[in-house]
Design a protein around this ligand. Sequence first.
Ligand code: PMP
Length: 444
Amino acid sequence: MTLSVIENGQKRYEELAELDKKHFFHPSTSFKLQKEQGPGLVFTEGKGVYLKDVRGKEYIDSLSSLWNVNIGHGRAELGEAAAEQIKKLAFSSTFAGNSHESVIQLAAKVAELAPGDLNYTFFTSGGSESNDTAFKTARYYWKMKGRPSKKKIISRTKSYHGVSVGASAATGLAPFRDFPSLAPDFHYVDSSIEAIKEMIEREGAETIAAIISEPVQGSGGVNLPPQNFFKELRDICDQNEILLIVDEVINGFYRTGTNFGIDNFGIVPDIMCIAKGISSGYAPIGGMIITDRLKEELTDLTDGVFMHGYTYSGHPMCSAVALKNLELIEQEKLNENVNLMGAELLKGFQYLQQTHGGIGNIRQIGLLGAFEFFKDEESKTRYDEPFAPKVVAEALNNGMIARAIVYEGQDTLAFAPPFCITKEEVEKMISIVDQSISAAKNKA
Ligand code: PMP
């Protein structure tokens, strides 16, 4: 880059930063840091696994932004699909039984990909809305069956289910529940079958509507479930007449190397929530899929109207973009690349572990992976101050956007790169982490 390009970029950053500081209330951002430092990176472009900021610097997007840009950045075909739909039909209601072609085709595509008899999809604008819809549907189902006391929702510690009033009440990470008066009747349980059994015993199955779980927990640290967890959970839910909701917002649409995360664990939930990967973040869309059995029961149980719907449930442009996204991923076999590159990612983690001391708890499934930092790996002693954020800061200097997870005493670096990543790009990513760990250690 020439000096004038850098200077112009810096000038533009400063102009935008002033406005940002004054007017843009950011999600999940420190008020103080924004006020003092202004926005972090101001992005202008994306291509493949790379993002570019207003100063012209390129970064590898190691988390597909928010675990969502699965197809990779800069796919013009998705813009074309959006434009085509908007020109033809920008919006029409899906309330009161109305429909349109893109949403019908998308619902059919989702049914084709989803396991078992999960064939009936309600659309939303994202993950939180999908989970709220699932909680309301589960409670409504039991109410219609004449069992209104079955209303509690159980979720796992370290789970993340979103930030709407209901979804944050379900989130097992305490910092997200630091708001008074979230939704009632949510309970949290450790990720062991014993603990779940005890909770059902204590609360009484007659008070519990559903249990919600991510197949592989994402924001809580990329945590794989204990062995046999889902098979046993499915049995417990059946024995106690509790609905099983699986939150596929991060896992869904090939992230873990299978269509859905739950496909790795051989069971079919009653309700599945989706978002992110369905459109690779090119349009805000999510959904809740229910089984044919649940659909038939709901149909028989009520003659009234299901009084729940978002203006943008089944938005035409979002539906068209999601359909195109799924079509391109299949056509280009990017779903197959997930497992190939997942294996490369694991090799990279192992290389880092051999090169630097104090790396452990490596996990990887498809293109979802993480490892943790320890002052002493053998005794699992943590650093006094989390180390992962220091690596993230160095990685930013070195041209990579990385994600640290430090909730509840963890010290984790998480990875979920776009499915289009190549072997060379995985190696580049690992090499940046390698340099960044060394730099962070040198400053310690
Ligand atoms: N569930 C899970 C597992 C998620 O990871 C997220 C988002 N990170 C959500 C729900 C919430 O989705 P959204 O931010 O689209 O509301």
